[in-house]
Design a protein around this ligand. Structure first.
Ligand SMILES: [Zn+2]
Length: 264
């Protein structure tokens, strides 16, 4: 049994849900993301949260998959201050709803002042509610982005054991782990990290504070990245227990920190 702790089912078809359950994925966590097109109003972001909490959760359930989501104003949209502020003003109402287990994804995209403000405000909100947080790391200037991210975490006094720093590569994994947070690795078919590269990182850094996800979305991505990583781990000599620990127990234990998560 597997958990995919970061996947955007909003952009996937029912065929994907079917393949996922057949491959053993029992639970998915869906963070709020940028839909690829600038919004004209905060109301469409609020409708998107409603969609994740209600329709997507019910759609997953029809396939036997538990769906949880993370709510946020994402880093790209943080740069539209009016939209960001209007959304943040009502966001707290959404964080307590059934199925909402984290704040995310938040963090930096282009590392701007606006992004920093919106990031910090959401981190404080999560800390007050003792909620887990999913932090996105930028695709460019990743190392700088992670260092700045940790300045913000420190300034906000956020609890590190409730934080995932996501989308790590060979370049950043050691740095992320050195900050005592949970490090996410996104396994993508062509770009980002392949399952072979992910498993090589596991051999070097162990499996204790690492989560593997697909981050599958509209682009070239693979909702079966988690079970495919299990196959690669088995090929490379990891035991059944180690595979289960990493791909099921680690995310299950992490999200247990949310009172809205029902552990398996
Ligand atoms: Zn994402």
């Amino acid at each position: 049994m597997f958990i995919d702790p970061h996947v955007h089912m909003y952009s996937r078809t029912t065929d994907d849900y079917e393949k996922m359950i057949l491959s053993g994925i029992k639970t998915v966590i869906e963070p709020s993301f940028w839909l690829g097109q600038a919004r004209t109003s905060s109301k469409t972001l609020i409708d998107y949260w409603e969609y994740l909490i209600n329709f997507e959760r019910a759609r997953a359930r029809e396939f036997g998959i538990n769906h949880y989501c993370a709510i946020s104003v994402n880093p790209k949209e943080a740069n539209n201050s009016q939209l960001a502020n209007e959304s943040l003003d009502v966001m707290a109402n959404y964080l307590s709803k059934e199925g909402v287990v984290a704040v995310g994804e938040i963090g930096f995209d282009m590392i701007t002042k606006e992004e920093e403000k919106v990031f910090a405000r959401q981190l404080v909100m999560a800390e007050e509610l003792k909620m887990p947080v999913i932090i996105h790391t930028p695709h460019i200037n990743k190392v700088e982005g992670i260092k700045k991210t940790f300045d913000i975490i420190k300034n906000c006094n956020a609890t590190k054991s409730r934080i995932i720093i996501d989308h790590n590569t060979e370049e950043t994994i050691e740095l992320s782990l050195s900050y005592d947070v949970i490090a996410g690795i996104t396994v993508y078919p062509y770009t980002k990290v392949s399952s072979i590269r992910a498993v090589n990182m596991l051999k070097k850094y162990g499996t204790d504070r690492i989560l593997i996800n697909s981050s599958a979305d509209w682009g070239v991505s693979d909702p079966l990245s988690v079970p495919k990583t299990a196959i690669q781990m088995e090929k490379d000599g990891f035991s059944k227990n180690e595979i289960e620990q990493l791909l099921f127990h680690n995310p299950n234990n992490f999200f247990k920190q949310s009172k809205n998560y029902v552990p398996l």
